[in-house]
Write a protein that binds this ligand. Structure first.
Ligand code: COA
Ligand code: AMP
Length: 632
């Protein structure tokens, strides 16, 4: 453990000196003199007196160092049969031109710009262009429905929205523009301008009063020699807002500040991922998620790596050898994805026979995150790939790993099922409800002693009180991760699941509370419960139990179909809500609480006992029968 232990102890002994040292890797406009201000913000602020620009650090500084010809992005899109290499020089040119376009549209530092785009290089350019001029970007994942998009528009109140005509899912084209038009119509916020990147697969309809053609504006800016310079920004200014599921239908706007984030991400590239500038790094996620923000866009570019931007799936585009092809083609050194992707590959190609066609010797490590990495999948991946498989645990809120196996500091022994040990910056403890530490090996709530390290959320967008209420109130002096787990005698963590109603479907974070709000809005539904139940590939899948209003005589199957469609229409296909079951009653305690835990055990085919507090034990049998009848 020596490399890790020494580094962690160094941090513990003097956190400010540790982060001051890490901050030396960043090009500051004004270097920090104060490292941390415990009085500022909700729980303190990092680098309160520094000035910096994230785009400068991710792009300009490499070009200034003579690396303009180095590939910044390998764009690989099996769904459109397109490949493109974008050098740092070209990335700078595109970014500075789009930033100038945004300025011409009236965007100034602090304005929000919403980005609703698929996995194309222009989406990365869009994020960097915002960072360049100090606009706060908010990327919304393409798999969300118009209503979810509208909620985010209302919260962020963007001056400009950047979009593309479509995304491509296997077998279908997802038209973004009609969804966006609907969302703008639903929202109360006034969006001044929409800039549309027209893809060859489909042309979006342009509303001449509000919409602009991306290419026309960028070409005009270039022709006029317009290039926006990097703005001089406070390290504590927000870089972006990323919405994530809360325990209700109203998402939380996680704020990321510039300075802390880029210091932390830069540190992780060597210490955790063990990659060097100039090497290829691939995170097979989506820019709509935190993994995409941190490890498709910012971290690899800050480190001067080449990031792979992959517009495809692990399987079906065209087969389960897609990962191996990309690794071979771009000589990827570190590969990062969600366990669900590996479960999908394994199901298609259990012997990994397709691997024989490719040379993946460039790959040194596979990193997994986003959901629990089950030991079976970890062991399979290790066996077929012959490289260390590193599980690491983090959240949208933290922006980088809370616990990991820091390969660059010296790989620690891997214990499948554990994301290994806390990273410097995180004093992780397991506590009981009264916030007392639990004995080693015992399960409890996982909390992090305040302050959180650089890179973690300073607050929720315009909602300091919700920040305190959601994360800081229950365990005073700590950040509540809302995950439960254990720490063993070697200091290894195990994450056992959420303590709230968040579920993880194919590595996507979703709120069952949010789904219940939608299901309950169906006119025939009296009450409902949505649970996350086990799924072999996606880890969990949502399952809705519905009680109909008295007097409803329409066929149950018809209402079930309507409810499934309603969730898809209101939340989006990403919710993967496919199972709704009409039942006569929901099992409840005598005080009226729905027995979700017992229902989940029944659905998961785990052993279960009738709770002593149940009002009517027969209801559990009814639930079991309903599940069996539908072979769930
Ligand atoms: N735009 C529009 N729709 C999208 C979308 C996007 N960007 N991404 C997904 N969807 C749709 C899918 O087409 C699917 O629709 P369907 O119900 O019509 O089939 C639905 O949302 C669910 O998608 P998904 O959960 O991705 O399931 P899948 O069956 O299409 O694929 C996996 C399963 C495992 C291959 C896929 O989930 C995967 O690659 N996961 C990787 C995990 C990941 O990237 N996690 C991010 C955090 S690290
Ligand atoms: P998200 O904010 O989408 O990144 O989701 C964060 C949640 O995903 C965490 O709170 C965990 O519940 C879960 N999660 C992420 N990574 C892991 C992991 N490596 N092991 C177990 N759970 C994980």
């Amino acid at each position: 453990m020596s490399g890790y232990r020494q580094t962690y102890d160094q941090w513990r002994a003097d956190p400010q000196a540790f982060w001051a040292q890490a901050a030396r890797e960043i090009s500051w406009i004004k270097a920090p003199e104060r490292i941390f201000d415990p009085e500022a913000g909700v729980y303190g602020r990092w680098f309160p007196d520094a000035r910096v620009n994230a785009c400068y650090n991710a792009v300009d500084r490499h070009v200034e160092a003579g690396l303009g010809d180095l590939p910044a992005i390998y764009y690989d899109s099996p769904v459109t049969a397109t490949k493109r290499t974008i050098t740092y020089g070209a990335l700078l040119d595109e970014t500075a031109a789009l930033a100038a376009v945004l300025q011409d549209l009236g965007v100034v530092a602090g304005d929000r710009v919403l980005i609703y785009m698929p996995m194309i290089p222009e989406a990365v350019v869009a994020m960097l262009a915002c960072a360049r001029i100090g606009a706060i970007h908010s990327v919304v994942f393409g798999g969300f429905a118009a209503k979810e998009l509208a909620t985010r528009i209302d919260d962020a109140e963007p001056k400009v929205i950047l979009t593309a005509s479509c995304g491509i899912e296997p077998g279908r084209i997802v038209e973004y523009k009609p969804l966006l038009d609907l969302a703008i119509g639903l929202s109360k916020a006034k969006t001044q301008s929409v800039v549309v990147f027209q893809r060859p697969q489909i042309a979006a309809r342009i509303n001449p009063e509000r919409d602009h053609d991306w290419k026309t504006l960028v070409e005009a800016a270039k022709a006029a020699g317009k290039r926006a310079p990097c703005a001089d920004l406070a390290a504590t200014d927000p870089l972006y807002i990323l919405y994530t599921s809360g325990t209700t239908g109203v998402p939380k706007g996680v704020v990321r500040d510039i300075g802390g984030y880029i210091v932390a991400l830069k540190w992780t590239m060597s210490a955790i991922y063990d990659v060097k500038p100039g090497e290829a790094y691939w995170s097979a996620s989506d820019i709509g998620w935190v993994v995409g923000h941190s490890y498709i866009v910012y971290a690899p570019l800050l480190h001067g790596c080449t990031t792979v931007l992959y517009e495809g799936k692990p399987i079906g585009t065209p087969d389960a050898g897609a990962f191996w092809r990309v690794i071979e083609e771009y000589k990827v050194r570190a590969f990062f994805t969600a366990p669900t992707a590996f479960r999908a590959v394994r199901k298609e190609d259990p012997q990994a026979a397709l691997l024989a066609k490719y040379d993946i010797s460039s790959m040194h490590t596979l990193f997994l995150a986003g959901e629990r990495a089950d030991p079976d999948t970890v062991e399979w991946a290790e066996k077929v790939l012959g490289v260390p498989v590193v599980d690491h645990w983090w959240q949208t809120e933290t922006g980088w790993a809370i616990a990991a196996n820091p390969v660059g500091l010296g790989l620690l022994p891997i214990k499948p099922g554990s994301p290994t040990v806390p990273m410097p910056g995180y004093a992780v403890e397991i506590v009981d409800e009264a916030c007392h530490p639990v004995p080693v090996g015992q399960m409890g709530s996982i909390v992090v002693k305040l302050p959180l390290p650089p890179g973690c959320l300073p607050t929720l967008y315009r909602q300091d009180e919700r920040m305190r209420e959601s994360y800081l109130k229950e365990f005073p002096g700590y950040y509540k991760t809302a995950d439960a787990g254990t720490i063993d005698a070697d200091g290894y963590l195990t994450i056992l699941g959420r303590t709230d109603d968040i579920i993880n479907v194919a590595g996507h974070r979703l709120s069952t509370g949010g789904m219940e709000e939608v299901v309950a809005s169906h006119p025939d539904v009296a009450e409902c419960a949505v649970l996350g139940i086990k799924d072999d590939i996606k880890g969990e899948q949502p399952c809705g139990f519905i009680v109909l209003k008295a007097g409803v005589t329409r066929p149950a199957a018809e209402i079930e179909r309507e409810v499934v469609k309603l969730v898809r229409d209101k939340i989006g296909p990403v919710a993967a809500f496919k199972v709704a079951l009409v039942v006569a009653r929901l099992p409840k305690t005598r005080s009226g609480k729905i027995l979700r835990g017992t229902m989940k055990k029944i659905a998961d085919h785990d052993s279960w006992a009738t709770p002593a507090t149940i009002e009517d034990p027969k209801v559990l049998d009814e639930i079991k029968e309903a599940l069996e009848a539908r072979a769930v």
